[in-house]
Design a protein around this ligand. Structure first.
Ligand code: SAM
Length: 472
């Protein structure tokens, strides 16, 4: 941050890794062993935000508001050199000269994840000059390629652009001023990683950015990965393509609809409904997807009609800068009755769409039994009978997404149900046996053993699914 007496750090020390820290209290940063952790100057954050915004508007005087202090090299770090700061300056010069295609939208005030940083005001201010430049260039490039490709094959061009745009979202996620340094793992905590951990985005006075051109693009897409993958987009897409290659394209239609109005559009037509609803209070999808939407929107601008025209069955258009929020199904902490009501309304709509002998499949996971109770009761209220429950591995244990974390639940249960009719019997003992057998096989890695605590939680959930009205 810039003060009358020169640049001042917002925090006195950055932990870089085990036993190594960067001290910022003197004239020049120095590498050292960690000291007692000093406080971040929260009172100066607003001032810093103003300076950063001036910089992003092209005022070079504020360049030192974003200062490079350490660079990761091999397994370690080195102090930043003047040349590193100069590179940041060059990016600023270039971005002023070229005005990168960046997404000049306001941060939506009703989005909870922006609450603490709403002073940043505009989406493009979530990035420093270099990040904005890299992202803007990539957005422009993909947009141009999408245009070109879609001229010869509209659907194909649009589809390729969608996956490339997903990759750009990931790049933005790892290259914003809202990332942080996870010194324990020696990795960047991505922007949305802060959302997963704290439910909101934060400015910590220090951020870490990835090297976009040579490392991050490769890592995000992994175009040449064969055996080992790090979750890149190309291997996942390849797998999808292999599994779907025999599906006849002409028979597929994709719609975007509000589940609470589904029966206005379809009735009694579905053989199978497969739904992965929000897991109670776990995520507010609108909030965090709005971090990605400006990038998707800018990158896909020219192919939006190919992707969306005639496919949106409710009051929203992809030209608006916010994502749909109306009717979003989400439970709030300690309001399980509300969630149950909303879910029951959604299930009643889906029941109307399902044929009489249709199969209903619902995915759910949560570590709290009151969430399972809400699901069990909603199923019962909407006239479904659960006929099978299959446990599958869900998310990696390091992601505390299902409210799990270390002590939580890392399996998702696939609930198979039918319309409740008299005479529909379920052999619960046999189902429980099969469930336990499948649970033992639902392993994340070959030697994983489902913990006793998790097995007990899942069995309790199973019990609730068959006894929704039981107290306790
Ligand atoms: C658990 S996620 C499903 C994720 C999905 N399986 C996937 O892999 O992307 C739940 C989804 O339900 C959507 N949702 C919430 N309320 C909705 C509504 N009223 N109508 C339609 N979708 C809704 C959320 O936006 C979110 O994408």
């Amino acid at each position: 941050m810039l003060t009358d007496s020169g640049p001042k750090p917002l925090i006195p020390q950055i932990l870089l890794g085990k036993g190594v820290a960067l001290l910022l209290d003197g004239q020049r940063p120095r590498l050292s062993s960690p000291q007692t952790m000093g406080q971040m100057r929260k009172d100066l954050i607003d001032l810093w935000i103003q300076q950063h915004k001036h910089l992003m508007e092209g005022h070079r005087d504020f360049l030192l508001a974003n200062r490079v202090v350490a660079v990761q090299e091999g397994q370690g770090f080195r102090l930043a050199r003047d040349a590193d700061q100069e590179l940041l300056q060059l990016a600023l010069e270039e971005s002023i000269a070229s005005t990168p295609e960046l997404l000049d939208v306001e941060l939506p005030s009703d989005n909870r994840i922006y609450r603490k940083i709403i002073g940043l005001e505009r989406y493009r201010f979530l990035f420093n000059p270099r990040q904005a430049l890299a992202l803007g260039k990539l957005v422009g490039y993909v947009r141009e390629r999408a245009n070109l490709l879609s001229r010869s094959d509209a659907e194909f061009g649009a589809a390729v652009a969608v996956y490339l745009a997903f990759g750009l979202c990931r790049i933005a996620d790892f290259n914003s001023i809202l990332t942080s340094w996870n010194e324990r793992q020696g990795t960047i905590r991505d922007t949305l990683g802060a959302y997963y951990k704290f439910r909101e985005l934060k400015l910590d006075g220090v951020y870490a950015e990835a090297v976009v051109p040579y490392r991050t693009v490769e890592w995000v897409f992994e175009p040449d990965a064969v055996r080992e993958i790090a979750g890149g987009i190309c291997p996942v897409l390849k797998e999808l393509a292999i599994r779907l290659q025999d599906v006849q394209g002409e028979n597929i239609q994709v719609f975007m609809a509000d589940v609470l109005e589904l029966s206005h559009h379809f009735q009694d037509i579905a053989d199978v409904i497969n739904v992965d609803p929000p897991y109670f209070d776990v995520h507010r999808y609108s909030d965090f997807s709005e971090f990605c939407w400006p990038i998707l929107q800018a990158t896909l601008k020219d192919v939006l009609p190919i992707l969306f025209d005639g496919r949106i069955l409710f009051d929203w258009t992809p030209e608006v800068t916010t994502v749909p929020r109306h009717h979003e199904l989400i439970g709030q902490m300690s309001k399980e009755e509300e969630f149950e009501d909303q879910l029951a309304r959604a299930l009643i709509e889906m029941r109307k769409v399902l044929k009489e002998d249709g199969l209903f499949v619902l995915w759910f996971s949560h570590k709290e039994m009151r969430a399972w109770k809400a699901v069990a009761r909603a199923l019962q209220r909407s006239g479904f009978t659960v006929v099978n429950v299959i446990p599958l591995v869900s998310e990696h244990p390091t992601r505390s997404v299902t409210g799990g974390g270390k002590a939580g639940i890392h399996r998702v249960l696939v609930l198979v149900a039918r319309k409740a009719v008299s005479g529909l019997e379920v052999d619960r003992d046999a189902l429980r046996e099969r469930f336990l057998e499948q649970l033992r096989r639902a392993r994340l890695f070959p030697h994983e053993q489902v913990s006793e605590a998790e097995e007990n939680s899942l069995l309790a959930a199973l019990h609730i699914l068959f006894n929704p009205n039981q107290r306790g």
